[in-house]
Design a binder for this molecule. Structure first.
Ligand code: SF4
Ligand code: SF4
Length: 435
């Protein structure tokens, strides 16, 4: 017997209905007759030979499922499988805590200790990777900081060691970097590519005036000109560079200014996006930061004004089994002093460290700090139809008891889905015309 999936959304759109299923991540357009067929199939036993093409498609896309299919249990199963998989090793490594910027909102301000990773810590990481290499198929490293490019020699040395180990053990290796972009010239970008860094994230704060005020060099000078020059210079070297534009209520057009620069110079490798500045307790954000919901609304309005289908489609949801390194056993954040953490935002906070790469002592309660969360048993999330594409949101926000952690809201999701459907249809029509 068939039943309706718990994860169906139907959005009336003129004569049509846009149907989205978050369990399968499928988006389809139905006419009124199709929708009627769907309604009539619920709680029915339909023999194979009697299933119409519409019903077959709705089953294939997960809108109709067998009565015995317990979607929540399947989500829970996939979540635990993904969290405790032993085949993947994901290391986030801060080769230094030093930074050449003094950002006004930097959560690390309180924990700047200007530590550069010493040889014994580097060796301990290499030994750990050697120990894991027999059991894994894939390893990825995110270079983080401080500003990781201040310790390029360490990135080089560790990357060489990781690549050698992975080659010997037939483990797939890849890397990414989060940098402020100040030192990212052509030579450095090429070196990173040689060390298998495929993705890069540069953070910027909009126009020169805002950026230089918010993200000055430690000498007090502005940093904007140098970053923009580097962005223009390195185009095409690193395969993918995300430009995260920190946005609050005072610089809502910041991301658009970066898009203008990309257009003006016809740059190819970049993906700019607005990201909310969070209030990490400093004095910067009082009254300035967006609430989560207000940011989602702002982002939607701004994206529609820009109108670029590629940027809009980048907001299409992705299925999640777990959220991030924090709720994955194989996710490990290693600070320059060797201390281990589960979440990027906790780095440097001794109380949340779960050990040190240089010894075997593990603080298990900190190790499972985020792994013990189970959104499939949370009263709100377990009932939420967005669960398969959200999995409860940021585990740290959950730990801190932040109420506003939902990254999806019905009204905005409906608007996005209609726009996605329109873009996909236009795309299809254009392809048909070509053929
Ligand atoms: S817990 Fe939240 S802040 Fe920490 S790494 Fe995960 S998503 Fe990021
Ligand atoms: S955090 Fe919000 S959007 Fe995400 S699953 Fe929970 S209730 Fe749903």
């Amino acid at each position: 017997m068939l039943k309706a999936s718990n994860y169906n959304f139907f959005y009336p759109n003129g004569e049509e209905i846009i149907a989205y299923n978050s369990f399968s991540n499928s988006l389809v357009q139905l006419n009124k007759e199709d929708y009627q067929e769907y309604l009539e199939a619920i709680d029915q036993n339909i023999a194979e030979e009697d299933k119409t093409p519409v019903i077959i498609e709705l089953i294939r896309c997960g809108f109709l499922v067998d009565h015995s299919y317990d979607e929540l249990s399947i989500l829970r199963h996939r979540m635990y499988q993904s969290r405790y998989t032993t085949g993947v090793l994901g290391l986030t490594i801060a080769p230094t805590t030093c930074c050449n910027f003094r950002c006004v909102y930097c959560y690390e301000d309180k924990i700047h200790r200007d530590v550069v990773m010493d040889n014994s810590t580097q060796q301990a990481i290499i030994d750990y990777v050697k120990k894991c290499a027999d059991k894994i198929d894939r390893m990825y490293v995110s270079w983080y900081g401080g500003e990781p490019l201040l310790a390029l020699n360490i990135i080089e040395k560790l990357s060489d060691a990781f690549m050698d180990i992975c080659k010997e053990k037939s483990v797939e290796y890849s890397a990414s970097i989060v940098t402020n972009g100040y030192l990212l010239n052509r030579q450095t970008a090429q070196l990173l590519v040689d060390k298998k860094v495929q993705e890069c994230q540069i953070t910027i704060d909009g126009d020169q005036e805002n950026h230089d005020k918010r993200r000055p060099h430690y000498s007090g000078k502005g940093t904007y000109d140098t970053i923009i020059k580097n962005i223009i210079d390195i185009d095409g070297i690193l395969p993918y560079v995300a430009i995260r534009v920190n946005t609050d209520k005072k610089n809502t057009d910041a991301v658009n200014k970066i898009i203008d620069i990309i257009k003006e110079h016809n740059l190819k490798s970049y993906f700019p996006y607005a990201a909310p500045v969070h209030d990490y307790g400093g004095d910067y954000c009082v009254g300035e930061c967006f609430s989560q919901k207000a940011f989602i609304e702002y982002e939607y309005t701004n994206l529609m004004q820009i109108g670029n289908p590629e940027y809009i489609m980048a907001k299409y949801p992705t299925l999640r089994d777990n959220v991030c390194c924090a709720d994955s056993l194989g996710g490990m954040i290693i600070n320059a002093d060797g201390k281990l953490y589960k979440c990027w935002q906790d780095i440097g906070n001794d109380e949340l460290s779960y050990g040190n790469i240089k010894d075997d002592t593990i603080n298990e309660m900190n190790e499972i700090l985020y792994l013990k969360n189970d959104p499939t048993r949370d009263p709100k999330c377990s009932e939420c139809k967005m669960l398969p594409i959200c999995m409860g949101g940021c585990p740290r926000q959950r730990r801190l008891g932040e109420q506003e952690r939902c990254i999806y809201y019905d009204e905005i999701s409906a608007l996005y889905m209609k726009r996605f459907a329109q873009i996909l249809e236009e795309d299809l029509e254009a392809k048909e015309k070509q053929n």
